[in-house]
Design a protein around this ligand. Structure first.
Ligand SMILES: N[C@@H](CCC(=O)N[C@@H](CS)C(=O)NCC(=O)O)C(=O)O
Length: 203
């Protein structure tokens, strides 16, 4: 069995888990819950990943892979048919750019949570910049929604990021003024891989 250092709250872990379900690998991976935070190190994660970040995947050989793009490309290459991370240049760069947008959106969400948790010390300029970058990214996705099909690591990253916005920043109402993206996400949310990986607030 492979081991995934995991949390039910992490959007990057969820991204990997959506891919795991799409590839039918649920029974080949054991999930190990860990609690990570930017303001501390996690002693379980550190020996495997010096960045102390999840997702981190420990292979049966003992080799360790991170981060989410590397893990998904490994699983798709080793156990899938290369459709999640296409090699054809006609599609590959579009998909990898989408993944960068999705991962970037998740990073913005994580930074926003960190800033919010600083309460009285929270920086208003940072909050405004995070919000502006989030809105701009969503507007690009609304225009480029056609590239989200067929399913790829790009659309998986975007779905995980949008779901995380709903989970942490529902008040953003990101669907307002973005009907195409909202429609795509509603359909994506019906997939078994999405329904089996809903975030849960457990520490
Ligand atoms: N680039 C990484 C980002 C992973 C990441 O930021 N994970 C967060 C959890 S959502 C984390 O481990 N944070 C703890 C820390 O930064 O110390 C990926 O794609 O996997």
């Amino acid at each position: 069995m492979m081991r995934l250092l995991w949390s039910s709250r992490s959007p990057f872990v969820r991204k990997v888990m959506i891919a795991v379900h799409e590839l039918g690998l649920q029974n080949r991976i054991t999930l190990e819950r860990v609690l990570v935070s930017a303001k501390t190190t996690n002693e379980i994660v550190m020996p495997f990943n010096p960045l102390s970040q999840i997702p981190t995947l420990v292979l049966e050989s003992g080799a360790v892979l991170f981060d989410s793009p590397v893990i998904i490309e490994f699983l798709d290459t080793e156990y899938g048919s290369g459709t999640l991370v296409p090699s054809d240049p006609a599609r590959r760069w579009t998909v990898l750019r989408l993944q960068a947008l999705g991962d970037g959106l998740m990073s913005l969400n994580v930074l926003r949570i960190g800033e919010k948790n600083r309460e009285a010390l929270a920086s208003a300029p940072h909050a405004a910049a995070f919000a502006a970058k989030t809105r701009a990214t969503l507007d690009v996705l609304e225009r480029e929604v056609a590239t989200l099909e067929p399913l790829s690591v790009g659309s998986i990253a975007i779905a995980s990021a949008l779901a995380h916005l709903d989970f942490r920043f529902a008040e953003d109402a990101w669907r307002d003024g973005r009907p195409a993206l909202a429609t795509w996400f509603a359909a994506m949310s019906q997939r078994q891989s999405m329904q089996a990986t809903e975030p849960v607030e457990i520490y």
